[in-house]
Ligand binder design. Sequence first.
Ligand code: ATP
Length: 308
Amino acid sequence: MSWSLRSAAGPGAAAPSDAVVQCESLVHIYQTGSVEVQALQGLDLVVTAGEMIAVVGASGSGKSTLLSILAGIETPTAGRAQVGEWDLLTMARADRVRYRRHMVGFVRQQTASNLVPYLTARQVIDLPMTAAGTRSRARRARCDELLDALGVADCADRRPAQMSGGQQQRVAIAVALANRPRLLLADEPTGELDSTTAADVFAAMRQVNRHFGVTAVIVTHDPQVSGHVERTVAIRDGRTSSEVLRRAAGGTGADTQVIAEEYAVMDRAGRVQVPREYREALALTRRVRLALEHDHITIRPDDPDPAP
Ligand SMILES: Nc1ncnc2c1ncn2[C@@H]1O[C@H](COP(=O)(O)OP(=O)(O)OP(=O)(O)O)[C@@H](O)[C@H]1O
């Protein structure tokens, strides 16, 4: 694995035309009484159609807030957030219901909260389709298709207590995909699972991402996720700070090497966050020297007494 710090243009540069998610300078403030918490502080993110990405970051960095906004649960305070044709800042209340029913599917960490204790897998997958007015024959066909794709056809008539944690999360993914959303969101989907089962659940998400072409955004602390996504976006203090891209290089099959490169994210105003270890290594403080070379830019420590 090779690491280098490169710059990935933020969405301000040029959002690709096939973007499903476009967040630009996104701000979200929670107000509790007189206390304000700025959970997102100008976050930039573009996710293109068919991508599956992971979002990582320290506790409190704003990951769940981002997911709640993309899920249509929270309305952002400022900036831009667009999912498909939907503008999440200006969306009317009635549209929000349609958006949540048809555009996004959501999988939560708590396996139990994704399902209903007294309903079988088939019955719970049926619920969102019934709410959307889908006819019974189409509901049954979709349910069978999802259970098959997720490898849990044998759980069709079981209730949650009769399934393993991994099976429950696969059924939860089926529920989230029932109405054919374009965007699948998952908040710590493997948080309650052991590492083998967690790997299975990530593999199941990858499978539906490829099979149905659904775009997926997974918030997780689980380092295993890196083996299942091509892009990991890190959030720090409510902003996207860096991205790791993975791509196959060299031969085919067993010879294939996976190369991971870390990029810094530049926002619309040209701001780039220099990692702490880089700043400390060169004692970079408040003021630095920037120089434009023909194909790169250098950052040097401020020399208070430069040679004449
Ligand atoms: N409903 C809320 N009301 C007030 N503040 C909130 C609310 N939800 C989150 N916050 C605050 O917003 C900030 C971002 O929280 P968020 O849950 O998005 O972070 P996170 O990265 O998902 O954290 P974790 O990994 O612990 O889930 C934190 O300071 C948190 O305390």
